[in-house]
Design a protein around this ligand. Structure first.
Ligand SMILES: NC(=O)c1ccc[n+]([C@@H]2O[C@H](COP(=O)([O-])OP(=O)(O)OC[C@H]3O[C@@H](n4cnc5c(N)ncnc54)[C@H](OP(=O)(O)O)[C@@H]3O)[C@@H](O)[C@H]2O)c1
Length: 361
């Protein structure tokens, strides 16, 4: 059965409700739900954080009597005993007549079983398709990547000139993008569990990497990660001096002299390569990492096939010389070059933001 326009509008509302959990839900998914009878919304809910009620339960509670109602939910209801009881059982006990779902849950213990359990209980179930289903999946890119690959969703962010340079030939890059874009990056930092840079960027720019200009101010700062195989992070860098304001993690090679950093309260993860570092972030429950450069680190991520999306702020300036967004990496042939599956373009102050998806979450 195809969804009606009203069904789609109710699911859109669920996506909106789910967004409220953007900064708190990870490593859990963002989920929104509504209970509707005869076109009237009886209750709404969304998932705040691990251990707190799932969106469907909140919506059922808000509705009170949900008999014969339709429940809209942006992610397939769970059917296993986790930290909270299965939502499918609560929906069946409430006597709902129909459930409309944004996207299936990739979690192995759910993944279609939630739908089956509801159908077995006599409830009509529909799952969105096309662009709406894709939006529901994209909303949970972090959760889905963590569940299916055991690593965070990787977004490479860069600011580039019209001719694709991320710094001048002399290495100056502050600032290429507009103030509006820089504010937007602070929001993206607050939304991500972690922000990462190469040691080259730290030595060149001494960045702080906090989400200090995010609106609203975030409850917690992202984990600030430095890819620094030889553990060279200076103790007088702004990162090292601000561990009280938010955690810093240095990813170092097994033989690096990292005790100096540990003694200064900096967390050190020993990892051989990017995949191992991402697996460690996954174990720490990080669902999304924003890689902010430089070109060498972005190139290494691309070379290892570990970039899910590129957020490129294109500024109306020309630099002529200088690096591109990724160095030390080249497509083997035009036919084999990674091509974005989906690109969104929007204005960001004087810049254009291109969000290019290399992999579907
Ligand atoms: N426009 C922008 O958006 C933007 C953003 C950021 C930076 N920048 C500019 O970019 C420049 C810095 O870029 P960069 O390319 O020199 O440095 P980078 O990419 O920030 O850091 C490179 C360093 O990262 C370390 N690293 C750790 N793990 C690595 C791995 N798996 N593969 C490769 N390197 C790894 C390497 O040092 P070890 O071998 O010691 O580990 C390497 O030298 C600065 O001028 C900065 O201003 C511009």
């Amino acid at each position: 059965v195809a969804l009606t326009d009203a069904d789609r509008a109710h699911l859109e509302r669920c996506l909106e409700l789910a967004e409220r959990g953007r900064r708190t839900a990870a490593p859990n998914p963002l989920v929104g739900a509504t209970v509707v009878r005869d076109g009237q919304v009886l209750g709404e809910g969304w998932h705040r954080r691990t251990g707190e009620p799932h969106a469907e339960i909140e919506a059922l509670l808000a509705a009170g009597d949900a008999r014969e109602a339709t429940v809209y939910v942006s992610l397939e209801p769970c059917c296993h005993q986790g930290r909270t009881p299965p939502c499918t059982d609560a929906l069946l006990a409430a006597g709902v007549g129909r459930v409309v779902i944004g996207a299936l849950d990739p979690f192995p213990e759910v993944n279609g079983r939630g739908v089956r359990r509801l159908r077995d209980g006599g409830v009509a179930v529909e799952v969105a398709d096309g662009e709406l289903e894709r939006r529901a999946r994209r909303q949970n890119a972090g959760f889905r990547t963590l569940v299916t690959h055991g690593r965070p969703y990787v977004v490479v962010k860069a600011a580039a000139s019209l001719d694709g340079r991320t710094a001048t030939a002399a290495g100056e890059s502050q600032w290429i993008s507009s103030p509006a874009s820089r504010r937007r990056v602070h929001d993206a930092r607050a939304d991500a569990g972690a922000v990462a840079v190469g040691i080259g960027t730290v030595l060149a720019d001494d960045p702080l990497l906090t989400a200090r200009d995010a609106t609203p101010p975030p409850e917690r700062q992202p984990l600030r990660v430095v890819f620094d195989r030889r553990a060279r992070l200076p103790l007088d860098s702004r990162l090292a001096r601000s561990v009280a304001a938010g955690p810093v993690l240095v990813v170092a090679a097994p033989d690096a002299p990292a005790d100096r950093l540990r003694a200064a309260g900096i967390d050190v993860a020993v990892a051989d390569g990017i995949a191992a570092a991402l697996a460690e972030l996954g174990r720490r429950g990080i669902a999304t990492v924003l890689v902010e450069g430089g070109a060498s680190l972005a190139g290494a991520f691309l070379r290892d096939g570990l970039v899910d999306r590129i957020d490129l702020y294109l500024a109306p300036i020309l630099l002529g010389g200088g690096p591109g967004i990724a160095a030390g990496w080249a497509a083997p042939a035009l036919a084999d070059a990674p091509r974005a599956l989906h690109v969104e373009a929007s204005r960001s102050g004087d810049d254009i933001l291109l969000e290019a998806e290399l992999r579907e979450p």
